[in-house]
Design a protein around this ligand. Structure first.
Ligand SMILES: NC(=O)c1ccc[n+]([C@@H]2O[C@H](COP(=O)([O-])OP(=O)(O)OC[C@H]3O[C@@H](n4cnc5c(N)ncnc54)[C@H](OP(=O)(O)O)[C@@H]3O)[C@@H](O)[C@H]2O)c1
Length: 243
């Protein structure tokens, strides 16, 4: 096994994912830039390399079994193991998304990417993660998936659009993260969900108030947890996010 720390970030060609790749690369890690579009992936890898990051491209559509299997094979051949997986790729499915009017197809598409995509990628990478001395999985979630925050039972009510696909997809992702943590308790694999805050990216038409670099910070923190760090939890920069 190579001693180089290897990370894979899904949806790393732009936005928060790109900055997660840049941040992990700045630690001296080798970073797989998971991206579905050839041109966008190549451009991101070139930009990261120009910034001194040991980046390599990983063709990856999280909704496509064959693509995900090929991505795992590529990392196996390239590195032989994987230390950190950041499941960052996601879509909103477009707004508005009021429950009374939403197209069920939108919900299917969003869940396929934001939840099943995470499961597909995580499970494909699991044999490679199990070869790492300190495997970490980071699922990029959102506080809009917090039922406590959405309902106001945790105090402050999250302001975000009423959304029948995107917000529940993150609730689903949080629940799945917890189930992985339960199954993997007693192993050295730590898996947590992180919320980047409201970040100016394509996802929200650049209406966010934080920079992608600021949004990447929580993922980098969860990717570099010590061996006795938490698992099965949901964090933002300020601390634990209530489920
Ligand atoms: N921005 C925010 O305020 C905010 C708040 C809370 C949580 N988040 C979460 O943070 C993460 C990053 O969001 P962002 O704001 O950086 O969004 P973004 O700029 O829209 O980037 C999303 C990334 O996901 C990729 N992606 C989408 N579907 C994919 C698929 N099927 N296979 C592979 N890649 C796919 C996109 O690739 P293409 O370029 O090919 O489309 C892009 O690289 C997401 O999980 C999001 O839910 C964001």
């Amino acid at each position: 096994m190579s001693e180089q720390t290897i990370a894979l970030v899904t949806g790393a060609n732009k936005g928060i994912g790109y900055e997660i790749a840049a941040g992990l690369g700045a630690l001296g890690w080798s970073v797989g830039v998971g991206a579905r579009d050839d041109q966008r992936r190549k451009a991101a890898v070139e930009k990261l390399r120009a910034a001194g990051v040991d980046a390599f491209g990983v063709p990856l559509d999280v909704t496509d079994d064959a693509s995900v299997t090929a991505a795992a094979r590529l990392i196996e051949e390239q590195a032989g193991h994987l230390d950190v997986l950041v499941n960052n790729a996601a879509i909103t499915g477009g707004m508005p998304q009021e429950p009374t009017r939403v197209d069920p197809a939108t919900i299917r598409t969003v869940v396929e990417t934001n939840v099943i995509g995470v499961i597909r990628v995580t499970n494909a990478m699991m044999p490679l993660l199990r070869r790492s001395a300190s495997p970490r999985v980071v699922n990029m979630s959102s506080s809009v998936g917090s039922l406590a925050q959405q309902s106001g039972t945790a105090g402050e009510q999250t302001t975000g659009p009423v959304a029948a696909a995107y917000a529940p997809s993150k609730t689903f992702l949080n629940a799945v993260t917890l189930q992985y943590a339960r199954e993997l308790s007693g192993t050295n694999i730590l898996i947590n969900a992180g919320c980047p805050g409201f970040v100016a990216t394509d996802l929200n038409g650049f209406r966010g108030v934080r920079t992608p670099e600021q949004g990447a910070a929580i993922a980098i923190k969860l990717a570099t947890l010590p061996d006795d760090g938490p698992t099965g939890m949901f964090f933002e920069d300020a601390g634990v996010v209530p489920w």
